[in-house]
Design a protein around this ligand. Structure first.
Ligand code: SF4
Length: 244
């Protein structure tokens, strides 16, 4: 099926989202709550684009809009720039401590606004919750409502479900989740974990509950678990080279 994005005609498979089609064609659409690993959520609305079908024009979130017919898409118009500027202003107001939001606020020349809490970095994109769900831990979720809404463990306490994988922090676009790694221990979400150490390079790389989780819950063979992923890769490459 043919679609036109920013005047460029592109052949796409039915069901692909506008964001996927645009990125495949090398057209950049800004996103905040999108992750290649989890797909679109349509939460932040940064990826809004203008879609024209016949005489009808409307704004849609490109990360969740599947292409099912011939459409014309614009990704950069003055109206879209204004929509994105308003979104960034609101998110910056919520999370003024985030370097990403500070940069976007400047890049989009947003009108001056003060942050509610100068220490806040979370924009409530929910990527961390999604990452935790995908790992199968379900240790964090959104709590409270309205302006009080935030991500946390139940009752802001140590969660028995948390395995200390730090997938939430790795996914967070704004660096809002605090992870401290010191002296062979990882602290995250009010919990402290002993870390696994690679027998080969000596680097710390994961936690014991992660190893147990991968082995038991996902039923994967965690062979060579005394090695970090990097050393495991090198070892495998060496073995393959020796066989050839
Ligand atoms: S902590 Fe990060 S990933 Fe989680 S909702 Fe906030 S900004 Fe998004």
């Amino acid at each position: 099926m043919k679609v036109t994005i920013d005047g460029i005609e592109i052949e796409v498979e039915t069901g692909k989202t506008i964001l996927e089609a645009a990125r495949e064609a090398g057209i950049d659409i800004p996103t905040l709550c999108y992750s290649e690993a989890f797909g679109g959520q349509g939460v932040c609305r940064m990826c809004m684009v203008e879609v024209k079908t016949g005489n009808r024009k409307r704004f849609v979130a490109s990360c969740t809009y599947p292409i099912t017919g011939e459409i014309e898409v614009q990704t950069k118009t003055p109206e879209l720039e204004e929509i994105r500027r308003n979104i960034i202003t609101l998110l910056y107001r919520r999370a003024p401590n985030s370097d990403l939001m500070k940069k976007l606020y400047q890049d989009y020349s947003c009108s001056e606004v003060k942050g509610v809490d100068p220490e806040e970095s979370c924009i409530m994109c929910r990527l961390c919750v999604k990452a935790c769900e995908k790992v199968g831990a379900n240790a964090i979720s959104t709590v409270l409502r309205g302006t009080e809404k935030r991500v946390s463990t139940p009752f802001d306490e140590e969660s028995p479900e948390c395995i200390g994988c730090s997938a939430c922090a790795d996914t967070c676009p704004t660096g809002a989740i605090r992870v401290v790694e010191e002296g062979g221990r990882r602290e995250i979400w009010h919990k402290s974990f002993e870390m696994l150490r690679c027998e080969k390079c000596g680097g710390y790389y994961s936690t014991l509950p992660v190893r147990e989780h991968v082995t038991e819950q996902l039923e994967l063979d965690y062979a060579d678990d005394s090695l970090c992923p990097n050393c495991r890769r090198k070892k495998l490459a060496k073995e393959v080279a020796e066989v050839r």
